[in-house]
Write a protein that binds this ligand. Structure first.
Ligand SMILES: Nc1ncnc2c1ncn2[C@@H]1O[C@H](COP(=O)(O)OP(=O)(O)OP(=O)(O)O)[C@@H](O)[C@H]1O
Ligand SMILES: Nc1ncnc2c1ncn2[C@@H]1O[C@H](COP(=O)(O)OP(=O)(O)OP(=O)(O)O)[C@@H](O)[C@H]1O
Ligand SMILES: [Mg+2]
Ligand SMILES: [Mg+2]
Lengths: 263, 263
């Protein structure tokens, strides 16, 4: 039973990519078959796993093939699936062409369901599929929300990060009504939390009120190793396994797995 | 002689809004007539100056009126210009409708020049016009680059922030070639610099190589007061005038004014 988790928040720089890469790596270390899909044209998640040049086949290529669902073949899609330094982790990397998909799809049929078609074919091979999204509520993000079973919302412990949540909830509700009735909220994840700052504590309180029960117990601390790891093309677990940031993402993976068992 | 500065970088969370609000406020304190335009649908710059609800007339309304240049009147546009707590600072606030402008303009004539038409009419009344942009290279950002005389690029001292610069340069070159020959690069501004971190120093070195002479001498330190001020609806200069973040933005304003005198 594969779980597809979208990591979304249109506010920039809140930790979407850092969460996608390190949560996916944590699932892989726990020997869950995991696929990370990089739907952000910036390609930071791909860079974070050591893929720096454009690949011949990437997610844009797969989304292009998904235009005709009746001829879409698994062997074709798997050309866009690349291996990483972790055995149980694969990635469908981003590409620069992804940025133009929005314009390409303006008049296309079922333009919101391209990614869903891909995931429905690949899903049986994985326990978890994690999707990183861009900082906007555009067609790429709508594709991500339409294809996902749940959405994980990273919230940086800062004032501006709180402001955008209402807009994000609106978009999620619209997708639930029109495109994906089964989409649930996996939860809000507090990121870059600094125990010494009042601002962090105040924002954390507001998020707990705003999301009620749906806030992860695991809180990701501000931790320099999490922002150093990408420059080595590695998830934190392969860069510095001891540090608090790495441990927090492992705990998050365990909390999600436990949540599934509890149903 | 009015200078129009676009604050752009598609990477999220690098300090575009914090720079727009505090640079505009610093110019105002130096008694330069300043207009801040919030072209980000998130509306963070508007919130940072205390405008939290949607206004009847905002930048979206002005961009809508700009569809017919021959009937566009200054009195109409000025309805979207609001005052702030600083005498010399005005703002054209963002609105939620801004997010749909992209779709509205897909087939419109001269869709890249709507903001330019507005600024050409308002320009004579201001010494500086600062434009905050969203974290993407979409039609809103193209409008901003087409309307501007120069572009200021905030670069957070982190690895992922470096990766997107090549893409940003490509877009700037395309705009210079096709839409705005006079667009220059005002400079790269290092933000959230932490003197204690090697990562900050490494990124700063790379940015200096990448931009050669065009890096501001002023560096913005990571400073908690800069991220607390927006929750009070004030620029940092009205929240805590003594702190290093506020002083850095004042120095930046003086550096830009000095640069103009040196020509
Ligand atoms: N817990 C953390 N501690 C320290 N630094 C962090 C942490 N999480 C993320 N970062 C750093 O903060 C920056 C922003 O994080 P990241 O790029 O993951 O956010 P994002 O939401 O994916 O951004 P975008 O909106 O551009 O996609 C990055 O440079 C990252 O390395
Ligand atoms: N020098 C600084 N020191 C500490 N915090 C800062 C600094 N500059 C910005 N911040 C905080 O970092 C976060 C990101 O900054 P900001 O929102 O200005 O970036 P942005 O590039 O406008 O983001 P977006 O891509 O979403 O538009 C904000 O919460 C802001 O308060
Ligand atoms: Mg990202
Ligand atoms: Mg901003």
């Amino acid at each position: 039973m594969s779980k597809v988790i979208a990591v979304c928040n249109q506010k920039g720089g809140v930790g979407k990519t850092t969460t996608s890469v390190n949560l996916a790596a944590s699932f892989a270390v726990l020997e869950k078959k995991t696929l990370l899909i990089d739907m952000d044209p910036q390609g930071n998640a791909s860079q974070g796993l050591g893929i720096n040049e454009g690949q011949d086949e990437d997610i844009h290529e797969a989304l292009y093939l998904a235009a005709s669902p009746d001829t879409l073949k698994k062997e074709e899609l798997e050309k866009s699936v690349k291996s990483t330094k972790l055995d149980f982790l694969k990635i469908m990397p981003s590409g620069p062409d992804l940025a133009v998909l929005e314009i390409e799809l303006v008049n296309a049929m079922s333009r919101e369901r391209r990614l869903e078609r891909i995931i429905n074919i690949l899903k049986p091979d994985y326990d978890y599929i994690i999707i990183d999204s861009p900082p906007s509520l555009n067609l790429l993000t709508i594709n991500v929300l339409t294809a996902a079973s749940s959405v994980l919302i990273p919230v940086q412990c800062e004032y501006y990060a709180l402001q955008g949540l209402a807009e994000l909830f609106n978009t999620i509700r619209l997708v639930q009504k029109n495109l994906n009735n089964d989409l649930t909220i996996e939860g809000a994840l507090l990121t870059m939390f600094d125990i010494r700052l009042n601002l962090s504590k105040q924002v954390a309180e507001e998020v707990k009120t705003c999301f009620s029960k749906k806030v992860f117990q695991t809180v990701i601390p501000r931790n320099i190793k999490l922002s150093e790891a990408p420059s080595h093309g590695k998830p934190a677990i392969l860069y510095d396994v001891q540090n608090k940031g790495t441990q927090a993402y492992m705990k998050l993976a365990e909390e999600i797995i436990q949540g599934e068992l509890d149903g």
